[in-house]
Design a binder for this molecule. Structure first.
Ligand SMILES: C[S@@+](CC[C@H](N)C(=O)[O-])C[C@H]1O[C@@H](n2cnc3c(N)ncnc32)[C@H](O)[C@@H]1O
Length: 283
């Protein structure tokens, strides 16, 4: 039987469509897709075809006027890059355990405010929860260390709430942690145990929106997210993080990302780790 290859055909963007779509994504989500023409065509052609569209203009007309949010969520699920895994850039978790938490424990009373911003499917947030459990041990019941974990992709947030991962995703963790913090499922995957899952609250949140919070954060992880932003957007986002950080609190970014050290109010501690200290214009 002949195979219908039309399903796989890529729908091409015209120059104007590309410009409009890139502008839309940049202004709403800060993501710079100006060098990602093929990625957009590749990731969205199937979606367009499924909706009966043969051009991007038809799709964009619906997308740009979407009031329900449904079309937008589907679009964001397609264009975001969500790769993540446990023990990623593990030096950060070691720093947390050996330096940040001992310092914070001395100066905080009973609660720590923690945010995993751009959390993808939850690996980073659950990893932080495991570090909290390890660090506080029997003192943990005296500490509220609930982690807020946010992303713009609804697909990854659904996966995050389930907390189910492949062996490959958790392979960087110590064996003792795999046994202690995961339940092996019949299909060979691993689910984060309930005790750790209860420590993380997942919410949809766009980092381009104003940050609204009751108390500033002691620990912010925003790793491998700003890599998709341009320099002005990164600087603005870092400034918003700074305002949302409690004095003595920490910002962790990805190793391939950078904070403008000359202009940022954060104090640089070591690669990809910053602290809000009083002597650098802190409030
Ligand atoms: C590569 S993942 C990083 C996951 C994790 N932080 C890590 O380092 O493994 C980047 C995540 O940032 C999210 N993201 C991109 N732009 C965002 C925005 N404007 N607001 C919130 N999340 C965003 C994406 O949806 C994606 O899940």
């Amino acid at each position: 039987m002949p195979i219908d290859l039309s399903q796989d055909r890529i729908i091409k963007l015209t120059d104007q469509e590309f410009k409009d779509l890139v502008g839309f994504v940049y202004s709403h989500y800060g993501i710079d897709l100006s060098k990602k023409r093929q990625l957009i065509e590749g990731r969205l052609s199937h979606t367009l075809r499924g909706k009966g569209f043969s051009t991007f203009s038809e799709y964009m007309r619906i997308l740009f006027q979407d009031k329900s949010g449904e079309e937008l969520h589907g679009f964001l699920n397609k264009i975001t890059t969500n790769h993540s895994y446990f023990a990623r850039e593990n030096e950060h978790f070691e720093f947390l355990m050996k330096v940040a938490l001992p310092q914070l424990e001395k100066t905080r009373r009973g609660d720590l405010r923690i945010w995993s911003a751009g959390c993808s499917a939850g690996q980073e947030a659950y990893n932080i929860a495991m570090v909290m459990d390890q660090y506080f041990g029997p003192r943990k019941p005296q500490w509220d260390t609930t982690i807020l974990a946010t992303d713009i992709s609804t697909n990854v947030l659904t996966k995050a709430r389930q907390g189910i991962y492949s062996m490959d995703s958790i392979k960087g963790l110590p064996d003792a942690w795999k046994t202690k913090y995961f339940n092996r499922l019949p299909d060979g995957n691993f689910q984060v145990c309930e005790k750790i899952r209860k420590e993380v609250v997942f919410r949809i949140f766009n980092l381009m929106d104003p940050f609204v919070y009751k108390k500033p954060f002691d620990i912010i992880f925003c790793r491998n997210v700003m890599i998709y932003f341009d320099a002005p957007t990164t600087n603005k986002t870092v400034e918003k993080f700074y305002d949302a950080t409690a004095m003595g609190g920490y910002l962790f970014i990805g190793h391939s990302e950078s904070v403008d050290k000359a202009n940022s109010k954060y104090t640089y501690l070591m690669p990809a780790i910053y602290q809000k200290q009083p002597n650098k214009g802190g409030r």
